[in-house]
Design a protein around this ligand. Structure first.
Ligand code: PMV
Length: 350
């Protein structure tokens, strides 16, 4: 195990490398300044589940996600005297709580004026720590707000790398739309960032079935580590992901919804199967999760094109096409539409 001070210096080296050409007089940034940014939450269709480097959050595989335009985090950064203050949805977070400690550890990478502390105000419009990518949008919004605050105007690639240091999947929340996170191969992770994919599929929809807003009993970070270390079939996962990604990309370019749905559902099911086989076993599902999964399978048998994916929590994200939305909302009143393609998601180049 690498001791934590060297963990910090490994992360700090990356931050210094990214900010190398930013010549700033940081003493000029005072209590009168503030900057704000929004970052979307992202849902992985092909999952990131396993790291090749725990300190830099470098993944073993690529992954692919969709950023949700209306769900995410708004973060305001300013400076204050004395110690950091972190507000979440209008309330001051106890500095001893895991959320505050994680934020402060991350902010330690950006302490340019040691006489001042940070005030971070975040508003998140999704349940926190319930497997809905709240830490992903939280860290991405923080990085975007820091970039604005200090006027760095970093590239999206650099911002993606910085966000990744806070939480792996945060690197996919820097932009909207379809994103692929490249695992990269370099030890310093400078080639491990997310990029937008040029996909124009206006019929594609995602909905949320909120089974529970309860905080999860084990963090995704700990669950991921436990799976990698103890799940007997974990060694087969990276190959599975490579194949699933290929299938998904083919389905995306052919707009083959059935094959997309099948591979997305299988990928999530396999990730949860690996977790259940870990020692001790991890199961994020609640009885209601299984009830809705069965309901989705039944609706499929009845002829509807509907699939699910599930992250580190009991809630389900449902994939379907626009033409079925009305029918599905009747069949599953709990379904909340959370994604449809916006024109500005369709990028000209990758
Ligand atoms: O970035 P983390 O540590 O919150 O892990 C995210 C893990 C999953 O949401 C389950 C999968 C993914 O690719 O987002």
């Amino acid at each position: 195990m690498v001791p934590s001070c060297s963990n910090f210096s490994r992360q700090k080296e990356i931050v210094d490398l990214i900010l190398l050409n930013q010549k700033r007089d940081y003493s000029r940034f005072d209590l009168s300044l503030a900057a704000e940014a929004f970052a979307p939450s992202n849902i992985a269709l092909i999952k990131y589940w396993g790291k090749r480097d725990e300190v830099l959050n470098l993944p073993l595989t690529n992954s692919l996600s969709i950023s949700l335009p209306g769900k995410g985090a708004w973060t305001q950064v300013s400076l204050r005297e004395k110690e950091d203050q972190i507000l979440l949805n209008g309330e001051v977070v106890d500095p001893k709580m895991a959320f505050a400690r994680r934020m402060q550890d991350f902010l330690d990478l950006f302490r340019f004026n040691t006489d001042l502390a940070y005030r971070i105000e975040t508003k998140i419009n999704i349940p926190v720590a319930a497997g809905l990518a709240s830490s992903a949008c939280g860290f991405a919004a923080l990085v975007l707000a820091l970039d604005r605050f200090y006027g760095w105007t970093l590239s999206n690639r650099a911002l993606s790398i910085l966000a990744r240091l806070g939480s792996g999947s945060a690197c996919r929340s820097i932009e909207s739309g379809w994103m692929e996170w490249h695992s990269g191969g370099r030890e310093d992770g400078m080639d491990s960032f997310a990029q937008p994919l040029n996909i124009d599929w206006s019929e594609f929809r995602m909905g949320l079935i909120l089974v529970s807003e309860e905080k999860k009993s084990i963090s995704s970070r700990a669950a991921m580590k436990q799976t990698v270390m103890s799940s007997p079939r974990y060694s087969k996962w990276p190959k599975r992901v490579d194949l699933d990604l290929k299938t998904l990309k083919q389905a995306l370019s052919a707009k083959d919804f059935q094959s997309l749905g099948e591979v997305v559902e299988r990928n999530a099911d396999e990730m949860h199967a690996l977790m259940r086989e870990a020692v001790p076993s991890i199961d994020f599902s609640l009885p209601q999760t299984r009830v809705y999964q069965e309901r989705i399978r039944q609706l499929r048998k009845a002829g509807l094109s509907i699939y699910y994916t599930q992250d580190a929590g009991p809630n389900l994200k449902v994939l379907y096409l626009a033409r079925d939305e009305k029918t599905l909302l009747d069949c599953i009143p709990k379904l909340e539409p959370i994604f449809h393609e916006h024109k500005d998601h369709v990028l000209k180049s990758t």
